[in-house]
Write a protein that binds this ligand. Structure first.
Ligand code: IPD
Length: 276
């Protein structure tokens, strides 16, 4: 049996507080830059996995601001950022950063985009911050300390039966994966209240945390998409995982109010939501 004390990451309350304060300030500054500095003629600077997987100049500027801010204050920390920030570090702390989660929404001027910053200690997420400036909302959580939206505590919604659950999801950027995701969705949609596709995984996870969604799932997420939001959802009382017995990962991420999660995860397994 695992010993919770032995398995807990070796991290002081003081360090958690410091990491949270830095993540909140970095997300605030990046959010302001993105909200106030979005060029009217914003275009695509580059593409990644496919022609619709885009990077804007603002994704790059936001990541630069965040890594510059954090590395000035904690030069020994590591980084993993969506737009290429990558450093090992020597402190045991690694920052996992999505400088704009929901880049396509941002490109089109839709409001659902966020800055997502997680701090991991020895591989475990201990702090998560998701700032969604156009919603005027910042969600945060510290491992073992609960979850908050604009500093007010949040909890998941009491679970309805799966047939009455509102479920968020998202789609990857590769056509073959989308075809498989559409097939899964075709089987799931008749079994739930409805489906939402918001366009930012980080916000979807925060929406589970504060009861705006009963559950969320997606195949193909990267750590920067889900690290902060997963901690926030979990600290708000959600269950989060990947395939049965596995942690959330690129293969599959599932989050939900416990009873909805318990019904949804095995169904997604049966429907093959974890493969293309
Ligand atoms: C994307 C968003 C989207 C999800 C995609 C992600 P990005 O992140 O989170 O909701 O469906 O899988 O890649 O590219 O905007 O940072």
């Amino acid at each position: 049996m695992s010993d919770p004390l032995k398995d807990a990451p070796l991290i002081s309350g003081e360090l958690k507080d410091e990491l949270l304060a830095l993540a909140l300030e970095a997300a605030r500054r990046a959010g302001e830059l993105l909200r106030d500095g979005r060029p009217a003629d914003l275009g695509v600077a580059a593409t990644k996995s496919s022609p619709i997987d885009v990077v804007t100049e603002m994704d790059i500027a936001s990541e630069k601001l965040i890594t510059g801010f954090l590395s000035e204050r904690r030069p020994e920390d590591g980084f993993l950022g969506e737009e290429g920030a990558s450093a090992e570090g020597s402190s045991g702390v690694r920052w996992v950063i999505d400088p704009i989660d929901g880049t396509v929404n941002y490109l089109y001027g839709l409001p659902s985009w966020a800055v997502s910053i997680a701090a991991q200690k020895d591989g475990e997420t201990v702090v998560g911050v998701v700032a969604a400036p156009m919603r005027g909302e910042t969600s945060h959580a510290v491992l073992g300390g609960g979850a908050f939206l604009n500093n007010a505590p949040i909890r998941v919604r009491p679970a309805p039966p799966l047939s009455q659950a509102l479920v968020g999801t998202g789609f990857g950027y590769i056509a073959e994966r989308r075809a498989a995701q559409a097939a899964v969705l075709g089987s799931l949609l008749p079994r739930v209240r409805d489906i939402r596709r918001g366009g930012s995984a980080a916000i979807d996870l925060c929406d589970v945390a504060c009861g705006r969604l009963d559950a969320y799932y997606e195949r193909g997420l990267n750590p920067w998409d889900f690290a902060a939001g997963e901690l926030i959802a979990r600290e708000a009382g959600a269950r989060t995982a990947g395939r049965p017995g596995e942690p959330a990962s690129h293969e599959l991420t599932v989050a939900g109010s416990p009873a909805v999660f318990d019904a949804l995860q095995p169904l997604l397994e049966d429907l093959g939501a974890w493969h293309d």
